[in-house]
Design a protein around this ligand. Structure first.
Ligand code: SF4
Length: 336
């Protein structure tokens, strides 16, 4: 591992002073925040990320889960993933989120990893971690090893010629379906970022994962009051029963009127550079009877532009079946 300097400020203002003046986005920054360190330290050991300085934010007091007016809930950026998943309010009001968090990583990692860090974790593309291979995300302009290499775990939606990586988080898929909001502090004060705008597609700048600026700090994630507790689920399909990233995952949330779907939220993980939502597929469900035929049609709409690569075309059919099953579970419809 390369040498780096280290600070441990005790306030948000002091932490922000530690990254002040850095241009660009957080993924490109020379000075990085560290909290749980469950991804960043691995990346530094592998020489994939080379920060010159780490600002340890673990003592900023951003680890609470708090009630907001109107029944909403604020998740502190430094609350641990495990503490969030097992919080009684999260389990009761946002069971889809609790299930998604517990589907990710291992118990040890969930005990260490923070909510803010979960949003900022980087792809697990094999070539991104292998410094002997080309990777536009790690070294812009070098090419993409995955496009012509092994791409079983890669994207089927929203990819570009420059990068076909997927975002690895489970938690973020549920946060996307819930329409969460990311709260951020920076040199100009506080701002909020709708979850749909936080992560980005690769385009021709795949080295940039999110819209967070290099001199900004995530302080919290706000959940709206409506958690879809009655009719929601998170379904993860993976190679092993635990400690594996999703091949495909689905966060499905419905508002029901008897057996009719009033409105729907559908987010997919493991298929794109960000949690994937498609308004057309959600509109396809609204006003329809909750049936396997309705769910299959929504899956067809969502996957209409899906494109496989040499090893991952199987994901298109897998995603379609996962969408139908998740929607059936959320609606309480029997599924074969
Ligand atoms: Fe790098 Fe993206 Fe290609 Fe993977 S898919 S090798 S992360 S450019």
């Amino acid at each position: 591992m390369r040498a780096f300097s280290y600070d441990r400020p005790d306030s948000v203002d002091a932490a922000l002073r530690g990254v002040a003046g850095q241009p660009g986005t957080t993924t490109e920054a020379a000075v990085k925040f560290v909290a749980g360190g469950t991804n960043l330290l691995d990346l530094m050991k592998a020489d994939v990320m080379r920060p010159e300085r780490l600002v340890d934010i673990s003592r900023l007091g951003l680890d609470r889960i708090e009630e907001l007016d109107g029944g909403a809930l604020r998740l502190g950026a430094l609350a641990r993933n495990a503490d969030t998943a097992y919080d009684e309010r999260v389990q009761t009001r946002y069971p889809m989120l609790s299930k998604a968090i517990l589907a990710g990583a291992s118990a040890q990692l969930r005990n260490m990893a923070t909510n803010g860090g979960n949003l900022l974790q980087r792809t697990r593309c094999y070539y991104f971690y292998d410094t002997g291979t080309p990777c536009n995300k790690r070294e812009p302009g070098t090419g993409c090893g995955a496009r012509t290499g092994v791409n079983r775990i890669h994207a089927i939606l929203g990819a570009s010629d420059h990068c076909i990586a997927v975002h690895p988080s489970d938690m973020c898929v549920a946060l996307a379906a819930l329409d969460a909001t990311v709260r951020v502090s920076g040199p100009k004060g506080e701002r909020t970022i709708p979850f749909a705008d936080f992560h980005r597609l690769p385009g021709d700048t795949p080295q940039i994962d999110s819209s967070l600026a290099a001199d900004e700090l995530i302080t919290a994630i706000d959940l709206p009051a409506h958690g879809f507790a009655e009719h929601s689920t998170y379904l993860k399909v993976r190679d092993r029963a635990s400690y594996a990233f999703a091949l495909v995952s689905v966060a499905a949330a419905l508002e029901m009127d008897g057996q009719t779907i009033r409105s729907a939220r559908l987010a997919l993980g493991g298929v794109a550079h960000k949690p994937w939502r498609d308004p057309a597929a959600e509109a396809e469900l609204a006003g329809k009877p909750a049936s396997l035929e309705t769910f299959a049609e929504a899956a067809r709409v969502l996957l209409r532009d899906a494109k496989g690569h040499s090893h991952n075309a199987f994901k298109i059919g897998l995603a379609g079946r996962a969408i139908v099953r998740a929607l059936a579970e959320a609606a309480g419809v029997e599924h074969p």
